[in-house]
Design a protein around this ligand. Structure first.
Ligand SMILES: C[S@@+](CC[C@H](N)C(=O)[O-])C[C@H]1O[C@@H](n2cnc3c(N)ncnc32)[C@H](O)[C@@H]1O
Length: 252
């Protein structure tokens, strides 16, 4: 069993953690129940993890733990009326530098192990993890290689070039596309197995959904107040979702 102290380690960089905490407060429970569940790339990314039965899974930079809860629910469907077995079906662990995120994640998944810690310095023993996922969170190749077992899976989800470009056009005079995420298949510790690009057009027609999308978008918070007000008052918003998921295997 993975032994991870809950919310024990201090954030690696308190200044950075505080920034994330301020965004995280805006990531309310309501956001997750509505808009985030409509993010089709999330189930698609989870499908790439394959059968997780009996596995130890780590989400590095887990935020409020949405992915881990989806995995827990999938595992529990096999024993829907027997939650005592749920912890042996799959062992879930989440790490984030945001105290807020970890507090929420731990509250919502009492069977999981959650820690406030940096993904650069994971509070896990070597080779203990069967699958590690990280979504829109920093990647630390050596730290991930250390905790993954030989042949274990690493899933890295990153924004593709068009991600939220429609929203950026409303905020910036000269919006820039994301550059393609760096891969590290030249690193002897990992082999790139496949890359999937998940793209679709998101049309929002309710001011609540628009507000929720803005609240979870860091570049919105960097815009000046007049721009924030103008964008928040829109009745409709069209933007593209573009996520690239790289699936690696830890070398034997
Ligand atoms: C855009 S959010 C993504 C959260 C979650 N993976 C999701 O997709 O909903 C980025 C997350 O990375 C976390 N983070 C940033 N730097 C980190 C680090 N060095 N170690 C662990 N987590 C980190 C932030 O606190 C934040 O929760």
């Amino acid at each position: 069993m993975i032994s991870v102290p809950e919310s024990s380690a201090p954030p690696a960089d308190p200044a950075v953690a505080n920034d994330y905490d301020s965004f995280a407060e805006a990531y309310s429970a309501e956001n997750e129940a509505s808009l985030l569940n409509a993010y089709h790339e999330r189930p698609a990314m989870l499908a790439l993890a394959g059968d997780v039965t009996g596995r130890r899974i780590l989400d590095a930079g887990c935020g409020e733990g949405y992915y881990l809860r989806q995995i827990r629910e999938a595992a529990m469907q096999h024993r829907a009326f027997d939650s005592a077995f749920a912890s042996t079906k799959v062992q879930l662990c989440g790490v984030d530098i945001s105290k807020h995120g970890i507090r929420v994640a731990a509250k919502r998944d009492a069977l999981g192990h959650y820690a406030v810690a940096s993904s650069a310095d994971l509070p896990l023993a070597d080779r203990r993890v069967d699958a590690l996922l990280t979504h829109f969170s920093p990647v630390f190749v050596d730290a991930f290689a250390r905790v993954l077992r030989p042949n274990g899976l690493l899933l890295v989800g990153s924004p593709g070039p068009e991600h939220l470009f429609g929203l950026k056009q409303l905020i910036y005079d000269d919006p820039q596309r994301h550059s393609s995420p760096a891969t590290f298949d030249d690193d002897a510790q990992f082999m790139l197995m496949k890359t999937e690009r998940i793209r679709y057009q998101l049309s929002l027609n309710s001011s609540r959904d628009i507000h929720n999308l803005l609240a979870m978008t860091p570049f919105f918070w960097t815009a000046d107040e007049a721009t924030q007000r103008r964008v928040a008052s829109l009745a409709t918003l069209e933007t593209s979702i573009d996520v690239i998921v790289d699936v690696y295997q830890r070398s034997p």
